[in-house]
Write a protein that binds this ligand. Sequence first.
Ligand code: ZN
Length: 342
Amino acid sequence: MPLRQVEGQDRPLRTLRRALASGRLHHAYLFAGPDGVGKGLSAVGMAEALLCTAPRDDADACGECAACRRVATRQHPDLHILERGEKAGGGTERSIKIDQVRALQRALSFKSFEGARRVIILYDPEAMNPPTANALLKTLEEPGPDTHFVLVSGAAHRLLPTILSRCQRVQFVPLPREVVARHLAERAGLDAGAAELLAGLSEGSVGKGLALVQSDVLAQREALLDRVDDPEGLRRVPELLDLAEQLAGRKDDLELIFHLLRTWYRDVLLAQEGLPDEALVHRDLAARVRARAAQLTPRQALARLDALNSTEDALARMANVRLSLETLLLRLVGAQPRRSAA
Ligand SMILES: [Zn+2]
């Protein structure tokens, strides 16, 4: 998809299109921002613009030539994609392997196939461990003439400073609520009311909205809150430990579960600040948000948000899932943290 067709990201795309039109391109861009807001589409659009054989006057891709079509279907020989592999038993690998980086470097040591330019799109660069990232550094710093890197990251804060410093950062933002609602209505066949609510829960990410539609996490939201956000929770620790074990077995759902809980406590804070129901993500549960806001102090709500964030970071660093979740659930029902590792 050419850059001009990517929706809701006018500011970052203006930067890119200006660089394309002037020919003053950085050799490595980092597209940073939440998942599901158009970073990946824009990376493909950038690759199309760079490899298109009939670009428009403004240097955006034509979107129709053979080169553009081959980029869109990942079949262009001068487009290299580096991403987490598929696991044999299904699912995605947690990390990008050093062998993948070496294979890329071998491919780049040959001449480009079609023209002068080559494009490397690197998805989830934060999924490289330090040795893998270090192996990539030299190539990232001096990729060779007419070779362009686009790193696409939903968690740029986890990237090594050495990677960050070699990239020009382009910041993507959450999409406007109405754009997300329209996409969800079209792509998931939702009516306007359901799409609007889901757009709020998705925080400007079409990808997250679609993931919520496809999983049963949203349907279980109130049951989950009953157990996780229970003022009496500290009286039933064994049940919490059982729940931690169950959640540890739902690895694919954890990101959405964290998302729901994070937006929940943020809503509690907003309600404590006196914001109206329309400002809440969980506006359909506004009465429940307000009841909880009256029970907790802002400091307690913040402590719960902090527990969620630090647990998610720990899991990204491959901490013990069950132990991390046990500690998290205890903190969410009001236990004081004893270790910082969780
Ligand atoms: Zn083209």
